[in-house]
Design a binder for this molecule. Structure first.
Ligand code: UGA
Length: 443
């Protein structure tokens, strides 16, 4: 099938590459000429495991092309995906200007029946607005061409994006048009391993499904962080509690890891946007507000532990940081807990020596050159001259470090384990003080 995708961010690029991998002819459009030029050279702007080889392979064999020119791209696609960003505007609502501008462009150039698919995370009702924007452009040029707008939210996780896209657990298709559903059934047929993964519903339910999924996951995390905060005050270990509750299949082991708070481009933005949507229709979503508030406070947790350790005297201290990305296997630092920690440490007069396997360039881009941030090439470099070590991202290479070497390198051997990676007793036996999240003894 011929497919066009607007937007070469995480969602657009991964979707394009995976659809090309399944034998479709895919054209990806982006207004950023620099990005398109880099993609043409096989230079992937994001770190995403497994993405580079499938982009390279499909680009080389002509299944995947990149362009800034919308007109031929729209003429190419039987299915046209909108996968551009929906950043939060000042009040936390999703800003639809990019989505609607693509819709307009589609209306200006479409010349036959087209299935327009919203893959961006968009507020409920956006399919209608996209439909209106396309219809207005068609009317303006006196064209009567049939089209359908489908909501087909993406559920991929950064760091696992290619695997999630190639092996989806469900494919949500929101459309009341049998013709459009039929086209998407054919497009997605190769992704239906073992059984039909397509869940067909109306547009609004599909749009809400995406927010509900992210809000549910964010709720699990904030819930667990709240339990962690209670655990440390009552002398319990949240890691044992986590095992205890996860064993109940109704609760499950996934997404109940307490930590330094959730970050990334999705959970914080989507929880806020859903809350705004609810408010807009006269409903106060108290649970969502609480999920957000707990997470906001949780992001200062590590700073509070460090500050308390030094009796509030952080001026002149050097803190080693392992992890900058909002989670492992990505270089993304959007809403990352590391940022709140770093900025709070600076404000208190401390210097940060940080290591992250992938996000150093991103940190450099965000913060530029400054004396109070040293970006190190190795985990051990970050410890040099540091007083204590804080862990913010659970990269695998931090899982079993040489604690004796850490103790020897630090001036005041203590580990602030923002992801509960270590057994407190193991760290303490190696001669370091241990602070975790919700582990009974942190207060
Ligand atoms: C999330 C969803 O998991 C995807 O299903 C969804 O498609 C995506 O948003 C999106 O809307 O595009 P992502 O933001 O890539 O994916 O990251 P997650 O793996 O979900 O992690 C989010 C944050 O939660 C991270 O900061 C992570 O450290 C934190 N987290 C996760 C916890 O603190 N505890 C947990 O138990 C799990």
């Amino acid at each position: 099938m011929n497919v066009t995708i607007f937007g070469t961010g995480y969602v657009g690029l991964v979707t394009g590459a995976c659809l090309a991998e399944m034998g479709n002819h895919v054209v990806c459009v982006d207004i950023d000429a620099g990005k398109v030029a880099r993609l043409e050279q096989g230079d992937i702007p994001i770190y995403e495991p497994g993405l580079e080889p499938i982009v390279a392979r499909n680009h080389a064999n002509g299944q995947l092309a990149f362009t800034t020119d919308p007109a031929p791209a729209i003429a190419h696609g039987q299915v046209v995906f909108i996968a551009v960003g929906t950043p939060p505007d000042e009040d936390g609502s999703a800003d639809l200007q990019y989505v609607l501008s693509v819709a307009k462009t589609i209306g200006q150039h479409m010349d036959r029946y087209t299935v327009v698919v919203n893959k961006s995370t968009v507020p409920v009702g956006t399919a209608d607005r996209v439909r209106e924007a396309i219809a207005a452009e068609l009317a303006a040029r006196g064209a009567t061409i049939a089209f359908d707008v489908v909501s087909n939210p993406e559920f991929l996780k950064e760091g696992d994006a290619v695997a999630d896209c190639l092996r989806p657990d469900r494919i949500v298709v929101g459309s009341s048009s049998a013709r459009a559903v039929d086209v998407l059934r054919k497009l997605y047929a190769p992704f239906n391993r073992n059984h039909d993964r397509m869940v067909v519903m109306d547009e609004r339910s599909a749009e809400l499904t995406k927010y509900a999924a992210n809000a549910m996951l964010a709720t699990k995390i904030s819930f667990m962080n709240e339990i962690a905060n209670i655990a440390e005050r009552v002398g319990a270990d949240v890691e044992l509690v986590r095992h205890g509750i996860g064993a109940d299949p109704r609760i499950g082991y996934h997404f109940i890891y307490p930590g330094a708070g959730y970050g990334g481009s999705c959970f914080p933005k989507d929880v806020q946007a859903l809350e705004r949507t609810a408010r807009g229709v006269g409903y106060q979503a108290r649970l969502l507000g609480a999920v957000e508030a707990v997470n906001h406070d949780q992001k200062t947790k590590l700073f509070e532990l460090i500050s308390r350790h030094f009796d509030g005297q952080l001026k002149g201290k050097t803190i080693a940081l392992w992890g900058l990305a909002f989670k492992p296997n990505t270089d993304d630092m959007r809403e990352a807990p590391s940022r709140r920690l770093i900025e709070a440490l600076w404000q208190a007069g401390a210097t940060v020596r940080a290591f992250d396997p992938e996000a150093r360039e991103e940190a450099q881009r965000i913060y530029g050159e400054r004396d109070d941030l040293v970006l190190c090439g190795q985990p051990h470099d970050a410890l040099k001259g540091a007083d204590v070590l804080a862990i913010v991202t659970e990269w695998k290479l931090f899982r079993s470090p040489d604690f004796a070497a850490i103790r020897a390198a630090l001036k005041e051997p203590a580990i602030f384990d923002g992801r509960n990676l270590y057994e407190p007793s193991t760290v303490e036996e190696a001669g370091l003080a241990y602070y975790g999240i919700g582990r009974g003894r942190s207060l």
